[in-house]
Design a protein around this ligand. Structure first.
Ligand SMILES: Cc1cc2nc3c(=O)[nH]c(=O)nc-3n(C[C@H](O)[C@H](O)[C@H](O)COP(=O)(O)OP(=O)(O)OC[C@H]3O[C@@H](n4cnc5c(N)ncnc54)[C@H](O)[C@@H]3O)c2cc1C
Length: 361
């Protein structure tokens, strides 16, 4: 009916289908345009059917979890957005299997509080779904999911079949994996983790800030629940735990990854004035990792930088935030200004961590 009201959402065998559906409310940045079609799937079979349908029709497909690592362009998505809403928390001894749609932070809370198991306690409070954790090898405070994931069950769109990938086959590295390298190939259905029972103690503390907090040496264990509480406290202080009332958390977390410099790049970086005390950590193959937050701050972009609808978080220089009315273009303008400023000051190219949909930095 031309000019009439939009068609109401349809439900097909439990799958909710909406046309012209706003995506901004489904992301933690709360910006970006609508999806031509939004499909919400509650079982693995529904997920697979929706993916097959889109692939058969040659329709662009975007898989959506918690929307906490996405920048969706203002034009929206011209295809099917598949929202994964599957549930399942199955623990067998110390082996945990999570359905992709499980809320990650809630699953971590259960492993610690209900089951006293270690392995993901330092990843408390990270927003998003369990199924997205292998995508960018989610990590924080010296822990990353690559250390505990044993297998990922996924629908392989190239093979048209469900496959099980071992940890090695996931090709995990710093904020990267096979799933990120081949973004249009795998839809994660289930993730299996090997957790550990250390009699109420945590995994050895790796991160200096956490070790200082407890007054222990790096490598020592601390009480599991206290590790979990400490991480949540540290994250909240940086605006890294979602709070709808706090615009500092209307972000995609860290907007830039920590740069990993080759030996030659690091040498050139160190010739720049003011870099004597720059953080430096050994990375693989003779490379050095430095801190994106440090670079941003020293290039003149302090906490709260910006006077438009998108600014840096007042609690953390690495989070770009929506103060309430920002568009994707507002956010990207700020991101480009920061990237260019850091390049000019230090000769280092910052790379975005969130996935960009229909836009580029
Ligand atoms: C306040 C805040 C703090 C954060 N802190 C951290 C942190 O400490 N460490 C960290 O690593 N990240 C952090 N993040 C980033 C984010 O939470 C993680 O990357 C998270 O894993 C994203 O999950 P999601 O379900 O929201 O993914 P989405 O944003 O929905 O999607 C992200 C990408 O994964 C793909 N994807 C999602 N689900 C699937 C699936 N089932 N199968 C295949 N592909 C899929 C999407 O297509 C997209 O490409 C933070 C974000 C915020 C907002």
């Amino acid at each position: 009916m031309p000019g009439g009201p939009a068609a109401p959402p349809r439900t097909l065998v439990g799958v909710l289908v909406e046309n012209d559906a706003p995506l901004a409310p489904l992301t933690t940045l709360r910006l970006g345009g609508p999806a031509r079609r939004l499909v919400t799937a509650h079982t693995d079979d529904e997920v697979i059917a929706a993916v097959r349908e889109a692939d058969t029709a040659g329709e662009p497909l975007l898989v959506l979890g918690g929307g906490s690592n996405l920048v969706i362009g203002d034009a929206g998505f011209p295809g099917t957005v598949l929202r994964i809403a599957t549930t399942g928390f199955a623990l067998d001894g110390t082996v945990l299997e999570l359905a992709a749609g499980e809320v990650w932070s809630e699953a971590v809370t259960r492993t610690v509080r209900e089951h006293g198991l270690a392995g993901v306690e330092f990843l408390a409070g990270i927003p998003g779904s369990a199924g997205a954790t292998p995508v960018q090898n989610v990590g924080a405070y010296g822990q990353e999911v690559a250390q505990s994931i044993t297998e990922v069950v996924a629908y392989d769109r190239t093979a048209g079949a469900v496959v099980t990938l071992t940890n090695a086959e996931c090709a995990f590295s710093y904020r990267h994996s096979r799933f990120k390298a081949e973004p249009d190939r795998y839809v994660v259905l289930r993730v299996r983790f090997a957790l550990a029972d250390h009699d109420g103690l945590s995994t050895p503390v790796k991160y200096a800030e956490v070790a200082r907090h407890f007054g222990v040496e790096q490598g020592e264990r601390v009480p599991l629940e206290r590790a979990y509480d400490a991480v949540l406290g540290l994250r909240s202080g940086k605006g890294m735990v979602l709070d709808p009332a706090d615009h500092d958390t209307w972000s995609a977390g860290s907007f830039f990854t920590n740069p990993v410099l080759t030996a030659a790049q690091y040498e050139s970086f160190r010739t720049r004035p003011g870099t004597e005390n720059a953080p430096a950590y050994p990375a693989s193959e003779g490379c050095t990792k430095t801190s994106a937050a440090w670079l941003i701050d020293r290039a003149g972009f302090g906490k709260g930088y910006g006077d438009g609808p998108a600014t840096l978080s007042t609690k953390h220089t690495l989070a770009l935030t929506n103060r309430g009315s920002a568009t994707a273009e507002d956010l990207l303008a700020l991101a480009r200004e920061i990237r260019d400023g850091v390049r000019e000051a230090f000769g280092v190219e910052l790379v975005n961590e969130p996935v960009m949909i229909g836009v580029k930095l």
